[in-house]
Design a protein around this ligand. Structure first.
Ligand code: HPA
Length: 280
């Protein structure tokens, strides 16, 4: 039996909508316009859902939106829990287990990230091919403690954490739409302080292309329970020292402006393509 915590949260969410999505999406900051395109929506604040961690910042509470996007049933998380806010990794990843309990099979994780790779520019997108989960490697993995065999094995395989089939589909869509899409390694740090230039050099040396403060813990928990994961980063800035010039606030704002329509363009086509693949 699935632990009461996850079951009660899932039961509450499913009581609010008659739609049963197989695909979910976690929207990084600034990507709300995508959820605005959904129809038949039920909007559920995190604070209404049993066992969801209390949100700390008033007015910035996240929410779950269930509805259809161009006819495809979809569950969207607008906002997420971050480790740097003081949540435990188990709290950060609780919504992923609730999604699994709801019957979600594919989760699309989006985020904003800093460029480590010198070929990346603000406004670019990066399809995540693999990750380095630094807090996980150093003792902050959400799967630590007794294993919940209901969800998955004690030692889950992570060799194909980001689904190769869906990556190929995303690549094809980007090509058809003429959208710049890199493919690379996302490194997840605890934050909240940004990296020093020396840290950025270290991250580049160990093989990272983009850096952020989310996603990898969610991927680990999703893959553990057999969910398929797609990860897309919107490059919002160059990490400190990654480019000769300092990144200005204006540049970050400009990157956000081009990123939103680009991310939306790719995600709007990716969701139905994944749905079609699941039907096969
Ligand atoms: N570093 C870490 N996290 C981030 C960055 C960055 O430069 N940009 C967006 N999230």
């Amino acid at each position: 039996m699935v632990k009461k915590v996850f079951q009660e949260a899932a039961d509450y969410i499913s009581s609010r909508s008659s739609i049963s999505p197989r695909i979910s999406m976690v929207l990084g900051s600034g990507l709300n316009p995508l959820a605005e395109r959904m129809e038949q929506t039920a909007v559920i604040p995190f604070t209404d859902i049993p066992h969801f961690p209390p949100t700390t910042v008033e007015g910035h509470a996240g929410r779950v939106v269930i509805g259809t996007l161009d006819g495809v049933p979809l569950l969207v998380m607008q906002g997420r829990y971050h480790f740097y806010e003081g949540y435990t990794m188990k709290q950060v990843t609780l919504p992923i287990r609730v999604m699994k309990t709801l019957g979600i099979e594919v989760v699309i994780l989006t985020n904003a990230a800093g460029a480590i790779n010198l070929d990346y520019r603000p406004g670019d997108m990066m399809l995540i091919s693999d990750h380095i989960y630094l807090p996980g490697l150093t003792g902050n993995n959400p799967l630590m403690g007794p294993n919940d065999d209901e969800f998955g094995p004690r030692f889950p395989d992570m060799s194909h954490a980001y689904d190769p089939c869906f990556r190929e589909i995303a690549r094809k869509i980007a090509q058809e739409e003429g959208l710049p899409l890199h493919e690379g390694v996302y490194i997840s740090l605890a934050g909240p302080s940004f990296e020093t230039p020396a840290e950025v050099r270290f991250l580049r040396t160990i093989g990272a292309d983009a850096v952020g403060m989310s996603t990898a813990p969610e991927t680990v928990v999703a893959v553990h329970s057999g969910m398929r994961v797609v990860g897309i980063s919107g490059i919002s800035n160059a990490a400190p020292g990654a480019l000769p010039s300092r990144t200005t606030h204006e540049e970050v704002l400009a990157a956000g402006k081009v990123l939103v329509p680009r991310m939306i363009a790719i995600l709007r086509r990716l969701v139905p393509a994944i749905a079609e693949e699941l039907e096969q």
